[in-house]
Each structure stands twice: as C-alpha cells, then as structure tokens.
Design a protein. Structure first.
Length: 471
C-alpha cells in the first residue's frame, strides 16, 4: 500500500475514534448525572438504581428509566403528559443534568394559564404567587392536580377541629370546603362564593322562597344567617352556637334575659325544649314579633285543653271556655291575651302583668287590684256614693264600694267576675269557687239594674234610678 494513503487512512481512523470517544463521554456524563439523581431517590425508597442506559432517540425523562412513575396518576399536567419536561424545566447546559431554578412560579404558570381575576379577598398562596402550595406541578390523584382531597388540603393550613362537632354542616361533612369558599379569591369576606346569605341560598333555596313571602324578617337574618348558625358545625342542633334556643336568643335580647331571669312564675311554653321558638319563628313571620301565628290563635294552640300548673292547680281549657261563653272580656275581644298576661313570665299568679289576688276574700288595698286598675278607674271602689262611676249601684249607693272596700273580708274581682268570658252581662259568673264549693251567684239583669241570689246572702235587688229597699 502507498505510504501516503496509509497515513491518510490512519488519520481518519484516529479522528473517528476521537469523535466516538467524545460522544461516549458526553452520553456517559449526562446519564451518570441522571442515574445519580434516580439512585438518590431510590436509595430513599429502598429501591435499587436503574441501569445506566443511554437515552434513545424519542425518549423523555420519564421513558428513559429516570422518572418512570411520572405521568401515571389520574390527573397529569399537560407538559408531563406530552413528555415536554423542558417546557418548565430549563437545562443550564445541554450536556448536563442540571436545571435552572424556577424563581417565579406564578409567572411560569401564567405562560399557559389564564391570569386570575383577583377579587377583594385573596387566598394567601395566591397572594404569595405560590400556585404549587395547593397544586402539584406534575400529577395528582385529585382533580386540578390538587395535593390532597378538598378538605384534607385545606386542613394542612386550617384547623381541622371545625369538622369535629356533633352537628356538622353538610359541605364540611362531605369534605367540600369549595362549596362555600372560592379557592383563589373572592369579592366576599372569608372568600365566600357569594355575599352574605346568598351563599347559603345557593343550597337552601327553599328558605329563600319562604323568606321572601313574609312581612316580618328577624333582624338577625338580615344581618346574616351566621348570626345564629355556625357555618361549619356545632355541638347543638341546627348548628346553633348554644345549648338552648333561649341561650342563642339572649346573646342579642339581653333585656329579655334579664326580665325572664327575674320571674317567679314561668310561662310553660318557654320552659319546653323549643324555648323561644315555641311562640316565635326565628326567621320570618306574617305577624309582628316574629310570632308563629296571630297572637290569640298562638295562645289557644296550647290552651285548648285543661291541665295542671307546676303547683298542681288546674288551668282551664280556655278555647272551649271562649267557644261556649259568648260575652268576652275586652282584651279577648281584641284578641290580645298579652294585655293581662306577660308571655315571658311574671312575679304574679298566672303570669299576670299586675297583682291579682287568687282568693275570694282580700282586705282592700289598691295594690291588690293592680291588674284590673291598669284599665279600670280605681275610683270605682273608693267612693261610697256615685251616680256615674258604676252601673252596679242602688240609687246612688255604690255597690262595688260595699263589696270591695272593706277589711278583712273585702271581695276580690274574681268573686263575681270571670276575666275571660261568660254568658252573663258584665262578665258576671254563674258560680265562683269557694273552697271546694261552687258558690252560685244567681245574677239577673234588668233594664236599669238587676239582682243576685248568691250563696252568701239573701236575694238582693238594685236599681240605678230608684233605690230598691231590700230586707
């Protein structure tokens, strides 16, 4: 062979070997770094590092046996799914397994994702530009590549104790914080999905329709459902913040708390489990004071039967009494039981607004007739002679004075009158309890007077125009 040709061939072989050697070294160092990273991760997990295999054409970080688990979860980030790792991860040098640090995560995300419209209230990770605080940048078992199930993710920062109540709000129980709260930002406080009660109405639409149809709205409801209801949960039914409805109501109605705590005779309805809600609707009503029904109808919904009070004394079936007796006392005609009775409680018998003797006899004292004198003129029993104060007179002899204004056996109003209803004019009873005996009154009415034949004296007649002389 020609020496010149031999030298040229030798030179070509030498050059080729050098090129092959350089390429081999480049692949070796690149794969060495990749293999080292995988080996480090596998060392932590206890797995052996994969063999150092040269990356073939068309392979990616995932298919080259470096990151084989990447892209396997249910929800995979787009660039990961297409094997385009370099879209987010920029190599410092092409021949080295080193990547530039991502200094601005938010800016990188916004290269693909539409920029969020930021509301008045912003979730802290969003404000900090830390999208990866909640979202896994590669893959996740959860929708939107969240790092955890809805509430589990929230509880990484927020107190999990909100879900430990006896009565838990539905979305909290279903681990659905995002039912009520926006994950990024909102124009409503607490990052709610809507302002005020509107967020509640998104589920409780039946309540919204009910509330719109009523005339009287509870002030607390106008302030917000959360005034009375805990939005996450409570140890008490209806997510109320207190053990009893009274306790909840008293947080605002402090004057009623003071009033009720000072009574000695309690209203039975208020002492039931319903408490205030025995009479009041906590949301809306067609009646003033948030009553469930018209006032008198509400009272008769309980007082439609005879029962015993805490002292064992009989309480009449008022509904039947009013039906059978057609001459009604003024407050009954006005359908206003509360004119005489304090519905929250009293220091007086039968929760009356003023003192009213329980007995047949009582020494005369204006204070003994406090209840009746709230409407009736007290001079009715003060003047022995009158032609105007009362129709119960014989000529000018005031028979009210004779019966009432005496000591010790002055007659109380209840001795002759029923405060609810009778079949006799002037609310005069047919009989009155006198111990165990029903004392008959025997009342008759004439055009200008009348008479009575009670069990306590002989027949007595009276006339307003001309005095009757009785025996």
């Amino acid at each position: 062979m020609d020496i010149k040709k031999k030298k040229k061939k030798t030179a070509r072989l030498s050059t080729g070997l050098k090129v092959c050697l350089l390429l081999s070294l480049g692949f070796f160092f690149t794969l060495e770094a990749c293999a080292k990273e995988t080996a480090d991760k596998n060392a932590i997990s206890g797995k052996s590092a994969p063999d150092k295999v040269a990356m073939k054409a068309g392979q990616s970080c995932m298919s080259a046996n470096c990151h084989p688990s990447m892209g396997k979860d249910k929800y995979v980030h787009g660039p990961v799914a297409t094997g385009d790792c370099a879209f987010c991860h920029k190599q410092s040098q092409k021949d080295q397994h080193q990547f530039q640090a991502i200094k601005d995560v938010e800016a990188l995300c916004y290269e693909c994702h539409e920029k969020l419209e930021i509301g008045s209230f912003v979730h802290q990770p969003v404000a900090d530009g830390e999208c990866t605080g909640c979202h896994d940048p590669h893959q996740s078992a959860h929708q939107f590549q969240l790092k955890g199930a809805d509430s589990d993710l929230c509880y990484e920062c927020h107190d999990k104790a909100i879900g430990n109540s006896n009565f838990v709000h539905g979305p909290v129980a279903a681990e659905g914080c995002s039912v009520c709260h926006a994950p990024h930002s909102s124009d409503a406080p607490k990052m709610l999905m809507a302002e005020g009660n509107d967020v509640c109405y998104s589920c409780h639409s039946d309540k919204q329709e009910e509330f719109a149809a009523k005339d009287f709205i509870h002030a607390a409801l106008e302030e917000g459902c959360v005034t009375c209801h805990s939005p996450h949960g409570s140890d008490f039914q209806f997510s109320l913040p207190g053990e009893s409805t009274k306790g909840v109501c008293f947080t605002c109605h402090t004057e009623k708390k003071e009033e009720i705590s000072g009574v000695t005779v309690k209203h039975g309805g208020l002492e039931t489990d319903k408490g205030c809600m025995a009479c009041h609707n906590p949301h809306v009503s067609s009646f003033s004071q948030q009553l469930d029904q018209a006032p008198m109808d509400l009272c008769l919904s309980c007082h439609d039967r005879e029962y015993s009070d805490p002292d064992g004394k009989s309480v009449a079936d008022i509904k039947t009494l009013l039906t059978k007796n057609t001459i009604h006392h003024g407050p009954i005609r006005d359908k206003d039981c509360s004119a005489c009775h304090n519905t929250h409680g009293s220091k007086n018998f039968r929760i009356l607004r003023g003192y009213f003797p329980q007995k047949f006899y009582a020494s005369y004292n204006p204070d003994n007739f406090e209840l009746c004198f709230m409407c009736h003129n007290d001079t009715l029993v003060k003047d022995p002679k009158t032609t105007t104060l009362t129709g119960f007179r014989n000529g000018d002899q005031n028979l009210h004075f004779i019966h009432v204004n005496k000591t010790p056996k002055g007659r109380t109003c209840r001795a002759c009158h029923d405060a609810h209803a009778t079949m006799n004019p002037k609310h005069v009873r047919n009989s009155v309890p006198f111990g165990a005996y029903q004392l008959p009154i025997g009342f008759t009415k004439t055009e200008s007077g009348g008479g009575c034949l009670p069990g306590c004296h002989q027949e007595f007649k009276y006339d307003q125009k001309k005095m009757v002389k009785n025996r």
